[in-house]
Design a protein around this ligand. Structure first.
Ligand SMILES: [Zn+2]
Length: 366
């Protein structure tokens, strides 16, 4: 019975489920977040300054893509040096700018580069944000941040600055391009302004709860396209799944990811979880145009149609909601003979969880 309950996979994004909005419940819905809260030492928090998933993340006045990004930072799901070290990796754990261990707080606040970016940021309490003990604290602290004139932005720019610090970090790491402090700030303000002005015209203030019935968009040029292949391997005795995915473009394979999840009820659920993890990875890698390939027809049908696939409904809702983060996205079937690389990754990580990895690409700018 306990296993059955643990195998229930609800939506991470809170789509079409009123109960999910309860902040504490949200945190324990996924095994991953449960694991993280179990390994994180409990620390007494002032209730007033405690993170409110609903208010601070999912209803925040910033783009869906940034919400996924902020969620990933808090879940420690991004491949920072410190996160990699915790998972047993010994290479690439240092900040490329200064050589210190790359923790979340280091990357976003304590590295000299980040400090200078915040000093330049046209906000009223930057020093206060950086003084928080963790990222969640800084996010909560940013509630009262005011973006100062003459930026033309009245919203909280905290998430945008974090996003562009992350993009600048990736550009340095993967493209050897050193983005200047001023440019990181200018890009943050520009993308905040662009998003805010788009809200007025499109009346899409919040995409939360909206399920696109059709996630295929018009075709675009091959140069900008990223293709993804996902697959899963499932162990029926342990209810454990290995998830694997590959990204490629015209130049060939550009990234990959794999992870193990426990309490997975079926091969179909495993495929759905692989697809969701791949989308998180794609969004935080700033992939704009994605062509998703899966060799699971049932999953594709469940995503593309409105047919209610009870077992995977929550995860499919997340997939639909996440698809709104892309400029264009499509989903198609691929025979398993063409999906061998993702299949191999999924099997490898199922039998050797230590092989789990995420490689992020330094792709174009948003
Ligand atoms: Zn550093």
């Amino acid at each position: 019975m306990a296993e059955k309950i643990q195998c229930l996979r609800l939506s991470q994004e809170g789509v079409e489920d009123a109960f999910i909005w309860q902040p504490i419940k949200f945190g324990i819905y996924s095994v991953k977040s449960g694991y993280h809260s179990a390994v994180t030492p409990s620390r007494p928090l002032n209730p007033i300054t405690e993170l409110n998933w609903y208010k601070d993340v999912w209803l925040g006045n910033y783009s869906q893509k940034l919400k996924v990004f902020i969620w990933s930072v808090i879940q420690r799901a991004l491949p920072f040096g410190e996160n990699l070290q915790r998972r047993g990796f010994t290479t690439n754990v240092s900040c490329k700018r200064c050589g210190a261990t790359e923790s979340v707080m280091h990357m976003f606040f304590n590295c000299q580069y980040a400090q200078q970016v915040w000093n330049l940021a046209p906000i009223n309490n930057a020093a206060h944000l950086a003084a928080q003990v963790n990222f969640e604290g800084a996010l909560v602290g940013s509630r009262n941040t005011i973006c100062l004139p003459p930026t033309g932005v009245s919203e909280n720019v905290f998430p945008w600055i974090c996003w562009h610090l992350w993009l600048s970090r990736n550009q340095l790491l993967f493209e050897n391009r050193d983005i200047s402090l001023a440019e990181t700030i200018l890009r943050s303000i520009a993308s905040a302004r662009e998003w805010i002005s788009a809200q007025g015209t499109n009346a899409i203030t919040s995409k939360v709860g909206v399920l696109p019935t059709e996630i295929d968009h018009p075709p675009i040029g091959d140069q900008q396209l990223t293709r993804s292949f996902t697959d899963a391997a499932w162990n029926k005795d342990t209810f454990t799944a290995g998830l694997g995915w590959i990204f490629s473009d015209q130049s060939g394979q550009i990234g990959r990811g794999s992870e193990v999840q426990e309490f997975v009820s079926s091969p179909l659920m495993a495929e759905a979880l692989a697809c969701r993890s791949m989308l998180h990875h794609a969004i935080t890698s700033n992939i704009e145009n994605l062509r998703v390939s899966s060799d699971n027809q049932t999953l594709i049908k469940a995503i593309k149609s409105n047919r209610l696939e009870k077992e995977i409904f929550g995860v499919v809702s997340d997939i639909k909601s996440l698809s709104a983060c892309f400029t264009s996205i499509s989903l198609s079937f691929v025979s398993s003979s063409k999906n061998v690389d993702a299949d191999r990754l999924a099997k490898a990580v199922l039998y050797d969880p230590a092989s789990a990895s995420i490689s992020v690409m330094g792709l174009g700018l948003g």
